[in-house]
Design a binder for this molecule. Structure first.
Ligand SMILES: [Zn+2]
Length: 143
C-alpha cells in the first residue's frame, strides 16, 4: 500500500472537493487503511465546527470498529460495547450496533485512541442488529 493520504486530501475528500480521479485514489487507500479512516473521521468531525455555515452534508462510507459507552446514568446499562462505524458526515457518525440505543441519550465513541461525544439521533432495527445515527456534541448540553 502506498503512503497515507494527506490531511488536506482527506479534508477535501470529506468536502467533496477532490476530482473524481483523486477522490477514487483516496477511497481506494481508505478501503485498506483503518488508520486513515480514523484520521478521516477526526477531520470530518473537526471541520464541522470550523465550518458550520456549509450546507452540504457529505457522507463518507467507512468501516472500522469503535467502542461505544452510554453516558446517561438513567439509560446506561451494561459495559461499553463494540460498534461498527459505517458512515461519517459532518454531523457525526452512523453505526451498526448489536444493542438498541435510546434516542437522545448521550454516548461516547472511542476509536484510534480518540474519543467523541455524541447524542443518539435515531436507532432502527434491521434483521439482526441496529443502525444508529450519532450526532456529535461538542460538550455536554447544560441541564
Ligand atoms: Zn493510510
Amino acid at each position: 500500500m502506498s503512503s497515507h493520504s494527506s490531511a488536506q486530501d482527506l479534508e477535501h475528500y470529506v468536502g467533496g472537493k477532490l476530482s473524481t480521479e483523486d477522490s477514487s485514489l483516496v477511497q481506494t487507500h481508505l478501503d485498506g487503511c483503518e488508520q486513515c479512516q480514523h484520521r478521516l473521521a477526526e477531520i470530518a468531525l473537526q471541520v464541522r465546527w470550523k465550518d458550520t455555515e456549509r450546507r452540504n452534508e457529505p457522507r463518507v462510507p467507512v468501516n472500522f470498529t469503535g467502542r461505544l459507552k452510554l453516558l446517561d446514568p438513567v439509560t446506561s446499562v451494561g459495559p461499553p460495547h463494540d460498534v461498527k462505524v459505517i458512515e461519517i458526515s459532518r454531523n457525526g457518525l452512523r453505526v451498526r450496533t448489536p444493542r438498541y440505543l435510546i434516542p437522545k441519550s448521550l454516548i461516547q465513541i472511542r476509536f484510534g485512541g480518540k474519543g467523541m461525544l455524541g447524542e443518539v439521533r435515531y436507532c432502527v432495527k434491521t434483521e439482526s442488529e441496529y443502525y444508529a445515527g450519532i450526532k456529535q456534541v461538542q460538550d455536554f448540553p447544560s441541564s
